[in-house]
Design a protein around this ligand. Structure first.
Ligand code: ADP
Ligand code: MG
Length: 405
């Protein structure tokens, strides 16, 4: 089988992926007996684990197809190259926070990477009410380290423009522009999935509020035009893997040069899903409830502090002085709140719903939960310039909880 050149794309299975790994890495000893299975749970790509029975060594292969796994519609498989390039760069800037890349094959649209299965999906862990004391430090470290050095506050401006070009991600950005920034407010593709009992609320609060549309339009325009940093582009809690020893961030196929606040906002927004879910389902785990209520504002505050401190430490261009840096950080935080809001809303009315919502099947509870999440999302979008600390953000949420539940 070593005569296969892998110069043209074909979709691999558990047999061919073993040959592919042998031909493209020397990770396993020659002659070792390898097994493979499919572990992907996403609806976009194919993910395989390949391991050596004798030594227990393993790695993961992620392959993009030219057609979407779920709907069969075409989607540029070059996203796999962008994912590999983004992981490489993030691995250099924020060592240890992403899986190592062993090989990328651009003809096969397949990347071979470190197996991080010792870490667990954060969304699932939060649903199980597990507490991770170091998460705020870890995630804010990842964000600041992986984002700030890709901006032209630090990077030579010619190099930065080359990177903007390299990371143009037309088709995946197009998905976000529609699903995050258009359809929840203007259902022109008729793809929204509205829970029974939510129709009037969605109609009034999302489809008919012109002031909200203008604010979302503004955020949409920021997303599309502020090529500020190389962002992950889909940093929800299913892209964050965690255990007692740390975190690993996977799946940056939506990476492109965009606003820093989009990543920060996705992290914050997705944590609110857990808080809202546990409140509405009446969790009696006081320790978890205290932790989740503290961890969200802490992440906001720590990120802002670290961003300001790193700017002060690393920037030595006199025009970007302290006063500039303060204003820059404040604007990033304002964007983050707005993007947390758009994430909360799109995951509630769009078709990419989250487990924290769909797992609530009791009708009244579900409606109450969705109303809370949408109302808070709107509050964040409209009020983002008035909120300037993690505590104020959390207070807004608590006020709605008191009022709604
Ligand atoms: P998709 O882009 O199709 O959503 P993901 O990159 O999110 O694919 O991967 C799907 C799943 O495969 C993840 O949720 C995780 O369980 C598993 N997975 C992906 N990459 C790795 C890895 N490097 N190590 C271990 N498991 C992984
Ligand atoms: Mg993905």
């Amino acid at each position: 089988m070593d005569n296969i050149k892998y110069d043209r794309h074909f979709l691999m299975d558990t047999g061919t992926v073993v040959e592919f790994v042998k031909a493209n890495t020397d990770f396993f000893d020659a002659g070792s007996k390898l097994n493979a299975c499919e572990i992907g749970d996403g609806n976009i790509n194919y993910v395989f684990k390949v391991w050596d029975e004798a030594t227990g060594k393993s790695l993961v292969v992620k392959q993009a197809d030219k057609l979407l796994r779920s709907s069969g519609r075409p989607l540029n498989p070059d996203r796999n190259r962008l994912e590999a390039e983004a992981l490489k760069l993030q691995g250099e800037l924020a060592a240890g926070f992403v899986p190592k890349i062993y090989n990328y094959n651009e003809n096969m649209y397949a990347l071979i990477m470190e197996d991080i299965s010792e870490y667990k999906n954060l969304r699932t862990e939060l649903q199980a009410e597990r507490i991770f004391e170091n998460f705020p430090e870890q995630i804010t470290d990842f964000l600041v380290k992986s984002l700030l050095p890709t901006t032209d506050l630090l990077l030579c401006r010619q190099e930065k423009k080359e990177r903007v070009k390299k990371f143009i991600n037309t088709e995946l950005c197009d998905i976000s522009e529609d699903l995050v920034f258009t359809e929840p407010y203007y259902d022109y593709k008729k793809r929204n999935i509205i829970t029974d009992g939510m129709e009037e609320f969605v109609e009034e609060k999302l489809y008919r509020d012109e002031k909200l549309k203008a604010e979302v339009g503004y955020l949409r325009n920021v997303f599309m035009n502020n090529a500020e940093a190389l962002i992950h582009g889909d940093l929800h809690s299913g892209s964050i893997f965690i255990n007692e020893s740390g975190i690993k961030i996977i799946d940056p196929e939506f990476a492109f040069y965009g606003p820093i606040g989009y990543d920060v906002g996705n992290v914050l927004g997705n944590l609110f899903f857990s808080w809202a879910n546990k409140l509405c389902t009446g969790s009696t785990n006081g320790r978890y409830m205290d932790w989740i209520a503290e961890v969200i504002p802490e992440i906001y505050n720590l990120f802002k502090q670290k961003l300001e401190a790193e700017m002060e430490r690393l920037i030595n261009f006199p025009i970007y002085n302290k006063s500039f840096q303060r204003r820059y950080a404040a604007r990033v935080m304002e964007d983050s709140l707005g993007f947390a809001g758009t994430e909360l809303i799109r995951r509630t009315v769009g078709d990419a719903k989250v487990a924290e919502i769909v797992s609530v099947t009791e009708v009244d509870r579900r409606v109450r939960l969705e109303k809370l999440i949408i109302s808070f999302g709107i509050r964040l979008i409209k009020g983002r310039s008035m909120i300037s600390s993690g505590e104020e953000m959390a207070e807004e949420f608590k006020r709605l909880v008191k009022y709604d539940i």
